[in-house]
Design a protein around this ligand. Structure first.
Ligand SMILES: Cc1ncc(COP(=O)(O)O)c(C=O)c1O
Length: 377
């Protein structure tokens, strides 16, 4: 992976200068960029959302139709969870009692974080990683053991995580692919690790981005749930490839002893529109394929620029990119926002690493234009 060779002083000067000092001129009312670098892409009239790893294309048409068709049922309490569970059971080849549905997978994560603390234990995770389970467990009083990613590859360091596990560790949380770093954990190592560690504690594998992975070294750990192992939870979500983040539908897959505990502890409920949208969307493979194809296009646009500029980044296995800009990303984020692009929040202590979610390809071309304008020497 190339190391960045960028003059950070000049970049900082650029950032401090803001839009007006970047050689760009906004033509009032026209909404176009005319700049010294010859950028031709029009400044959008709207904010490009590249900050939350959302699906820029979703929800699918079939999901929207399902939502429209079910608004008349929103006066009813009786959401038919059975239909969604039955479909997920069939799609994933697991018995229905191995599945819980939640208000986004975040609810499963937070419930698991709370359960982990019930025995006053510790939770082990990679650092950085997704925060939901960890923060919830921490606020509930659990000790969090954060294990830094490998500094060279930025991958989750499974050996170091193994060593960090203590007698009182109740849960090991692994996001695979990880977030904000879009890396994966090698499948054989993960399988051995999970089977070994789950003998004495919960291994929680968060597969929010699994549909985006196109890497022979990757495998979902769903088959371990299917085989009936206890103490293993796999979480999935309708928020990402299905573009239903605002509908709040997520899933936990685990042995019935675990799904029962999660169902008893969680406090949220799903709504009829989210349920119908998910039912329709999971059967619409064409939308998922379309999203994947476009995501690859967008990633290629961004990663090609990063290669050209020699910027260090982690090759993406998801719908976002993580790059070392060489500057503090807080003012950088503001500079992007001034150009109508919302990028990811800072992930301290990696304060010069930027997470950018993949918007539509033409939007990412605009992102590239602005990135070059703000950061190219
Ligand atoms: C790794 C990971 N897990 C879980 C979630 C939670 O998603 P949701 O609650 O929308 O299912 C996210 C959201 O960004 C995520 O990045």
């Amino acid at each position: 992976m190339p190391d960045t060779k960028i003059n950070t002083v000049s970049r900082r000067q650029i950032l401090l200068g803001g839009g007006a000092l970047l050689g760009s001129t906004l033509i009032p009312g026209a909404g176009f960029i005319s700049d010294a670098l010859g950028g031709e892409i029009a400044r959008p009239e709207y904010l490009i959302r590249a900050g939350f790893n959302e699906n820029p294309w979703g929800p699918s048409r079939v999901a929207l139709q399902a939502i429209a068709d079910s608004t008349k049922f929103t006066n009813q309490y009786g959401v038919n969870r059975g239909a969604l569970i039955a479909m997920m059971a069939e799609l994933n080849d697991v018995p229905p009692d191995h599945i819980c549905i939640s208000s986004g997978s975040g609810e499963i994560l937070r419930t698991a974080g709370m359960l982990a603390n019930m025995d006053n234990g510790s939770v082990v995770c990679a650092d950085p990683t997704y925060h939901d389970l960890i923060r919830y467990a921490e606020r509930a009083g659990a000790e969090i053991i954060r294990v830094p990613v490998d500094p060279e590859t930025m991958h989750v360091d499974l050996n170091a995580i193994h060593k960090a596990i203590r007698r009182d560790t109740r849960c090991v949380y692994l996001a695979n692919p990880n977030n904000p770093i879009p890396s994966i954990i090698e499948k054989n190592a993960l399988r051995d690790f999970t089977l070994d560690v789950a003998r004495d504690r919960m291994v929680f594998i968060d597969e929010a981005y699994f549909e985006f992975v196109d890497n022979p070294d990757y495998e979902s750990m769903m088959d371990l749930v299917r085989e009936g192992h206890n103490n293993i939870v796999v979480a999935r979500t309708a928020s990402k490839i299905h573009g239903l983040a605002g509908m709040r539908i997520g899933f936990g897959f685990a042995h019935p002893e675990v799904t029962t505990r999660i169902n008893e502890a969680k406090t949220g409920a799903i709504n009829v529109l989210g349920l119908e949208a998910a039912l329709a969307s999971y059967q619409d493979s064409s939308f998922q394929e379309f999203t994947l194809r476009k995501n690859k296009e967008s990633l290629a646009i961004v990663e090609t620029m990063l290669d050209e500029l020699g910027v260090r980044y982690v090759k993406s296995n998801a719908n976002f990119s993580f790059m070392q800009t060489g500057v503090d990303v807080t003012p950088l984020g503001e500079a992007f926002r001034a150009e109508n692009i919302m990028v990811g929040r800072p992930f301290p202590p990696k304060n010069d690493w930027l997470r950018v979610s993949m918007a539509k390809p033409h939007e990412m071309r605009y992102f590239v234009q602005i990135y070059r304008k703000l950061l190219e020497r």
